[in-house]
Design a binder for this molecule. Structure first.
Ligand code: AHM
Ligand code: MG
Length: 339
């Protein structure tokens, strides 16, 4: 029970939620707190990025062939350290690491959970002081003993225990779900505490925003091209033409669309048939949050949460937003599907 006239901190909220599960022993509570602690430290570094000489590339390329920024590396290390030290997580899959990071020391291998994460998503926006984010997924391990393995991580989103993101924006927020709705917490930087600011977040029934990198238009499938034209048509009853908004940070685009009502699209292209976004630590956790907020997420044909990942870094076309908007784009995809 949340008292609206009282400030509820993230820690209090997580503990309240734990009491709804009579058999819970607090492992997930501790794990979520570890993530929140790492997020605060990463937030501090991001805020200081303009002040200290931390910007610029490290020079290495990550396994996606993209140049890593220093803050990506920092955030990755910080989340790994927090999760390893917390003892509740026995393995991590990260966008920045080719293989699973397995904790096989006596302390961490007892952890019941594994975490898939994008420690700093949208990092090409760092230099421009544009919002970036951290995305995380939490699964129960499927193996029974030892350090966690790849099979613990290659689970479809329907098996998620929890997922969330941190948005480092005009204010810093942590938004998460454990399968009973979505709640958002804003960081009070003066005291370093996340406070419940957005209880029970829900997608509006429909929206007026579409978010897509239209620079790739010529490479899009026919269904997406037709959907974009649909968004731009004049039709007062459906509030068209829609507004186009695209930040280029998944977390920030999704967060805005969740609050204001809009669809985010990253389709496959003729150059990249599976699009750009990674299933395990970008699409699945955001899809989980979308569904928990009453929305929908699809690869154009199938529900994202039902896709079984085959590899850690596989990509998927991604359409996410209010249910009615995603269903409309799915209709366009079906009608224009080349046999
Ligand atoms: P990243 O993980 O390398 O930062 O890439 C993911 C980001 C998403 O946040 C965003 O939605 C997308 O890439 C933008 O891609 P593009 O620049 O092709 O529009
Ligand atoms: Mg990313």
């Amino acid at each position: 029970m949340i008292h609206r006239n009282k400030i509820t901190t993230l820690t209090e909220f997580i503990i309240q939620r734990q009491s709804e599960y009579p058999h819970a022993k607090g492992a997930l509570t501790r794990l979520l707190n570890d993530i929140a602690t790492a997020a605060k430290i990463v937030n501090r570094e991001i805020n200081a990025a303009g002040l200290v000489d931390i910007l610029g590339t490290v020079g290495k390329r990550n396994i996606q062939g993209e140049t890593q920024k220093k803050l990506d590396v920092y955030a990755n290390e910080m989340f790994i350290t927090a999760l390893k030290g917390g003892g509740e997580c026995c393995a991590i899959a990260s966008e920045e690491n080719e293989k699973v990071i397995s904790f096989s020391n006596e302390f961490s291998e007892k952890g019941k959970y594994v975490v898939a994460m994008d420690p700093l998503d949208g990092s090409s926006n760092i230099e421009a002081n544009v919002s970036i984010g951290t995305i995380f997924s939490i699964y129960k391990r499927v193996t029974e003993v030892g350090g966690g393995t790849q099979s613990d991580l290659l689970q479809p989103g329907i098996h998620l225990t929890a997922a969330g993101y941190v948005i480092y924006g005009s204010s810093t927020m942590l938004v998460y779900s454990t399968g009973k709705g979505v709640n958002g917490f804003t960081l009070d930087p003066s005291v370093g505490i996340f406070c419940l600011s957005h209880p029970d977040m829900r997608f509006p029934e429909t929206g007026k925003i579409y978010s897509i990198n239209e620079g790739n238009y010529i490479y899009f499938p026919e269904g997406v091209k037709k959907y974009i034209k649909y968004c731009q048509e004049n039709d007062a009853p459906t509030h068209r033409p829609y507004t186009s908004r695209y930040i280029g940070s998944l977390v920030a685009d999704f967060h805005r669309n969740l609050i204001k009502g809009g669809i985010f699209l990253y389709p496959g292209t003729t150059k990249q048939p599976n699009g750009k976004l990674r299933l395990l630590y970008e699409c699945s956790p955001i899809a989980y949050l979308a569904e928990q907020a009453g929305g929908k997420a699809s690869n154009g044909i199938n529900r994202i949460l039902e896709i079984e990942p085959k590899t850690l870094h596989e990509r998927s076309p991604f359409f996410v937003g209010p249910r009615s908007m995603v269903e409309t784009v799915e209709t366009f995809m079906r009608q224009n599907h080349k046999k």
